[in-house]
Design a protein around this ligand. Structure first.
Ligand code: PHE
Length: 402
C-alpha cells in the first residue's frame, strides 16, 4: 500500500510540475498496466511502476527550438516504446524542465531531476555550455546522462556517467574546413564567433586548425556575445579582409541577425556554419540573406536514406505534418539508445545502466549507425546542407566521413 501511495504521489507531482511533459498516451497506459499487474500478483506490483527519466532543455529563450524539437523527438520515442509494452512491461514516464538557455537554470533543472524526481537517467542538453553546467550533477549522483547533441569535446570528459550520441567538434570543424576547401575552393576564410559560448569558441578553433592544415588561411577573426544586436564593427573588418567564405559557428538567432547585416554591408561570399544553425527559425529570420549558405549537421530531412524517411513520416504523423530538424532526430535517437541499454541492463541501477550504454554497438539510429567509443562519444559522419528552396530550408549537399 505504501508503495502504491508513493507511486500516486509521484504521478501527481509529475502532473502538477510539468503537465505538458507527460506523454498523454502513456499516462493512461501506465494505469492500465499497474491495475492488471496488481490484480494478478499483488506482491510484485512495485516492480511494474513506471520508470521515470528526465529531460532538460531550452524550451523557451533565444534557442527555444533546440529544446522543443528535442522534446518532441524524445516523446515520440517514449510513445512508441510504451505502445510496444515498455521496458519489460514497465512504462517510461518523462519529467522535463526548461533551462531557458541559461547555465544556472540547467544546473538547477538537473539537480531537481536527480534529487527530487529521482530519475534513473537524464537526456540533455543541446547547447554544450548548458551540458557542461549540469553534467557534474549527474556524475556526482551516479545517474547516467546522454546529451543528444552537445558536440564540445569537454562534455563527456566530465566523467564516466556522461555520454553523447552525436559527433564531436574536432570532427565538425574538419568537416566544415573540408567542404570550404574542396567544394567551395576557398583559400581565405574569415571567422565570427560567440566568445561566450564554449561550443562556438572551440568550433572556430577546430575549423581554423583543419582549414590551415588544408592550405587555407584565416584572414580575419572577430567575436560577438550571444544576444548582441549590432555587428557592424566586426563585419567592417571582415569585409576588408576579402574572404572567400565567412565561418560563423553560432546559434541560429544570432546567425540570422548576422546574415542580414552581412548582406547589408555588401559581403557577398557564402557563409558557413555548424549544427547550431539548425532551426526552422533561421530561414524565417534571415530570408534571402542566408540563401546559398551552408552548415554541417547530423542529418538532412531530404537525405536518401530509408531510416530517415520512416522517421520523418512517423514524426509528421505525431506533430501535424511538421518536418523534424536535426535536434528532433537526435532527441529520438538518444531516447532509443537509452531504452536499448535499459533492456540489456535489466536494471535501472546507475552503474549497470552506464555499463550498458557504454556497450552500445552498431545501433541503427536515424542519424546514422551509433557505436559508443571509449570516450563515451559517437563516431559518425556529418552532412553539409545548403539553405535554399521555398520554403527556405536545409537541403542535402554532401556527406563527410570521419
Ligand atoms: N552542437 C551544438 C552545441 O554543442 C548544439 C546543437 C546540435 C545545435 C545540433 C543544433 C543542432 O552547442
Amino acid at each position: 500500500m505504501a508503495g502504491r501511495f508513493a507511486t500516486l504521489v509521484r504521478r501527481l507531482s509529475v502532473g502538477l510540475g510539468v503537465a505538458s511533459a507527460v506523454v498523454a498516451g502513456s499516462v493512461v497506459a501506465i494505469g492500465a498496466v499497474n491495475a492488471a499487474n496488481e490484480a494478478a500478483q499483488p506482491a510484485k506490483a512495485e516492480s511494474k511502476d513506471p520508470i521515470v527519466i528526465g529531460h532538460y532543455g531550452s524550451l523557451t529563450g533565444a534557442e527555444a527550438t533546440f529544446g522543443q524539437s528535442t522534446s518532441e523527438g524524445i516523446r515520440l520515442a517514449i510513445r512508441e516504446l510504451n505502445a510496444a509494452g515498455g521496458i519489460d512491461g514497465r512504462m517510461v514516464e518523462l519529467k522535463e524542465y526548461d533551462t531557458k538557455g541559461d547555465p544556472k537554470e540547467a544546473n538547477l533543472a538537473v539537480t531537481r531531476l536527480v534529487k527530487s524526481d529521482k530519475v534513473v537517467a537524464v537526456l540533455g542538453e543541446v547547447a554544450s555550455g548548458l551540458s557542461l553546467a549540469a553534467a557534474p550533477v549527474c556524475q556526482k549522483a551516479g545517474v547516467p546522462m546522454i546529451s543528444p547533441s552537445s558536440t564540445n569535446v569537454r562534455v563527456t570528459k566530465v566523467g564516466d556517467m556522461i555520454f553523447r550520441v552525436c559527433f564531436i567538434d574536432p570532427f565538425q570543424g574538419f568537416a566544415c574546413a573540408k567542404f570550404a576547401s574542396e567544394n567551395l575552393k576557398a583559400t581565405k576564410a574569415a571567422m565570427l564567433y560567440d566568445q561566450k559560448a564554449p561550443y562556438s569558441v572551440d568550433l572556430a578553433k577546430e575549423f581554423k586548425k583543419a582549414f590551415e592544415k588544408m592550405g587555407g588561411k584565416v584572414v580575419a577573426e572577430q567575436t560577438y556575445s550571444g544576444g548582441d544586436g549590432d555587428f557592424t564593427a566586426q563585419l567592417t573588418n571582415i569585409a576588408a579582409s576579402k574572404p572567400d567564405v565567412l565561418f560563423v559557428p553560432g546559434y541560429y538567432t544570432d546567425v540570422g541577425n548576422i546574415a542580414l547585416q552581412v548582406r547589408k554591408l555588401g559581403i557577398t561570399c557564402p557563409m558557413l556554419g555548424g549544427d547550431g544553425w539548425d532551426s526552422e527559425q533561421l530561414g524565417k529570420t534571415a530570408g534571402k540573406a542566408i540563401e546559398g549558405s551552408f552548415y554541417s549537421n547530423h542529418y538532412a530531412p531530404d537525405q536518401p536514406d530509408e531510416q530517415v524517411k520512416q522517421f520523418i513520416s512517423k514524426y509528421q504523423g505525431a506533430y501535424g505534418g511538421k518536418t523534424p530538424d536535426g535536434l528532433a532526430a537526435l532527441g529520438y535517437d538518444a531516447a532509443n539508445i537509452l531504452f536499448d541499454a535499459m533492456k540489456r541492463a535489466k536494471s535501472t541501477d546507475g552503474k549497470k545502466l552506464r555499463d550498458a550504454i557504454a556497450a552500445t554497438k552498431d545501433f541503427k539510429a536515424v542519424t546514422g549507425m551509433i557505436t559508443i567509443d571509449q570516450n563515451r562519444d559517437a563516431k559518425k559522419s556529418a552532412v553539409i546542407v545548403e539553405m535554399k528552396g521555398d520554403p527556405l530550408g536545409p537541403k542535402f549537399k554532401a556527406r563527410i566521413e570521419p
